[in-house]
Every structure is written in C-alpha cells, then in structure tokens.
Design a binder for this molecule. Sequence first.
Ligand code: SF4
Ligand code: SF4
Length: 101
Amino acid sequence: MPWFIGYPRRDIPWYPIIDSVKCVGCGMCMNCGKKVYDWVEGKAVVARPYDCVVGCSTCATLCQRRAISFPGVGLVRAIYAKEKIWDKVKEKLQEEGKIPS
Ligand code: SF4
Ligand code: SF4
C-alpha cells in the first residue's frame, strides 16, 4: 500500500539531491532498492526521483561523503497533515482489518 493513499506522488517533494562536488563515486547509493540512481561516468545521478520511497533516507545515511540531501521532512509532514493522509491510511488499514475500527 502506498502510504500517501491516492495523493499524487509527484506532488510530494521527497527525493535525493546529490552535491556533485562532495560525491566521490563510492557507489553506496546504487544499493537503493527502488533503482532511483543511474551510474554515469563514474558517479551516481538521480535518474528517477519520484520512485524514491517517501521518508526513506538510507542512501544519505550510507553515503561516504554525506553528499546526499532531501528537500525536508517538514514539507512532507505538512502535506500529510493538510491532505489528511494519516487519517486515510488509518481508514484503509481498518478497511483491510489490520487494525480495529
Ligand atoms: S532514500 Fe531510499 S528509496 Fe530513496 S533513493 Fe535513497 S535508498 Fe532509494
Ligand atoms: S553514496 Fe554519495 S559519494 Fe557515494 S556515489 Fe552516491 S552520492 Fe556519491
């Protein structure tokens, strides 16, 4: 289940940004399970930003030179509050019988 429940993924500003000056081509970010990055001329580039899992920051955690950043969890949380996404996720889980109504 996508945790943003019908809200357009492209309207959620969560994706990695690489500081190409800091990047040393260690390749750790290529472990992304969603294949957000491509490897181009010895360095990673963000090829599919909106395939990034909202809220994930594993690549930034593992980046050797701390070259990866994100637009900000505050922006995402503001959207979740405004669009009542937390409420919708809860309703969906209740519908599926995963949590009590
Ligand atoms: S934050 Fe997670 S899903 Fe997004 S690019 Fe990095 S490892 Fe992949
Ligand atoms: S993990 Fe960081 S330093 Fe390594 S290739 Fe990716 S962006 Fe560059």
